[in-house]
Ligand binder design. Structure first.
Ligand code: PMV
Length: 362
């Protein structure tokens, strides 16, 4: 089993020049969702996502040989140019947990400067973009120091594996257009340990697809995703859900391959509502949708019926709504969003996003 433990990745510190590495990595939106995990960030069911574009994190990691002789992680962390202690602690724990994979991390003084393209606290989940950007920085450092990751496919696979350990959904952000995470018989090479690229398996219509994110609330979530995954352990519908996700994945993959928007949209909406249904049926149960969320969902369905335009919704683990539609209806859908959906949003806030080309090194 791939675990990437490698005690040989030790630096001769006396030779190391200080340096830095920077990656920009996007967020992603799952269509069949990952909800429920086990072991070390392993999914209970396979998931597939669209890789976004304008919602991204930039992470610059600067390193130099450590001044002290110990091997504890030495980290300064700036978020939007300000030191942020809660984020720093989370990243220190993450980097400590990666020392078997990247032993050189204990030999460096590290400074990370990170920032998101979307407004801070806009209610857009940033863990996928943030953790994937950081994982990519770590893999670039390994390759720079040891020349061990010059094969692009191997580089991406390791970055995806490492990103998964930071936040499950982050492993899918490594790939352009679309990615699948979780072992699934229909996709050779798929694994619970890392995501695999799906760009070549999707119809062109999904390569130019829009995902506008409507911000109903920018407040932090009442229940974090990690707690939500945990509550699946005693959810009475859990096993049915995991089986159903696999079944839906089969239909979704066919639809995405053929460009069948109708089936795609039906599954995307069912998955969004199922995710929230699972939250509402757990013990304790909780509700993350707000009245405005439901008004938007209703309005999207009415609009689809009235106009015949293929416009669908999805939700993440929060009250904000993702509006999904192909490029060819943009001139009709954008005015609909502005006139009829933005009044339900917090200060009419939205982020225009679309399927993108994946992370870039800056
Ligand atoms: O990666 P996490 O632990 O933040 O979980 C994310 C779960 C969902 O966003 C709700 C679904 C998914 O597959 O991304």
């Amino acid at each position: 089993m791939t675990n990437y433990v490698n005690p040989n990745l030790i630096l001769e510190s006396s030779r190391l020049e200080p340096g830095e590495v920077t990656w920009r990595s996007p967020s992603n939106l799952a269509i069949v969702k990952y909800w429920g995990k086990h072991g070390q960030q392993l999914p209970k069911n396979p998931s597939i996502s669209l890789t976004l574009s304008s919602a991204f994190t930039d992470t610059k990691l600067a390193y130099k040989p450590k001044e002290s002789g110990d091997t504890a992680i030495s980290l300064k962390f700036f978020f939007h140019e300000e030191e942020n202690e809660p984020f720093r602690k989370r990243i220190v724990n993450y980097l400590e947990s990666l020392k078997d994979i990247f032993p050189f991390l204990g030999q460096l003084d590290i400074t990370i400067r990170s920032g998101n393209s979307f407004p801070h606290s806009s209610g857009i989940a940033s863990s996928a973009s943030a953790m994937s950007a950081l994982a990519l920085c770590l893999c670039s450092m390994e390759d720079r120091f040891f020349g061990t990751l010059d094969d692009d496919a191997e580089f991406d696979k390791k970055a995806s594996f490492v990103a998964r350990l930071g936040s499950g959904s982050a492993c899918r952000s490594i790939y352009p257009a679309a990615a699948l995470w979780g072992e699934y018989a229909g996709v050779p090479g798929s694994s619970d340990l890392f995501a695999v690229p799906m760009k070549d398996n999707i119809h062109d219509v999904f390569r130019h697809f829009h995902d506008d994110i409507l911000i109903v609330s920018s407040k932090p979530k009442k229940v974090a995703s990690s707690a939500g995954h945990g509550l699946m352990e005693n959810n009475p519908f859990a096993e049915v859900r995991y089986a159903d996700a696999r079944r839906r994945l089969q239909f979704l993959l066919e639809a995405m391959n053929k460009g069948d928007l109708d089936t795609f949209g039906r599954i995307a909406e069912n998955e969004a509502l199922t995710l929230h249904g699972l939250m509402m049926s757990g013990n304790p149960s909780y509700i993350l949708m707000q009245p405005a969320t439901i008004s938007i969902l209703d309005r999207i369905r009415e609009y689809r019926k009235e106009s015949g335009n293929p416009v669908y919704f999805s939700l993440d683990a929060g009250p904000n709504v993702h509006v999904l539609y192909p490029e060819d209806v943009i001139h009709e859908v954008r005015p609909f969003i502005e006139e009829e959906l933005l009044p339900f949003c917090e200060e009419r806030t939205w982020l225009q996003d679309w399927v993108g080309e994946g992370p870039v090194e800056l």
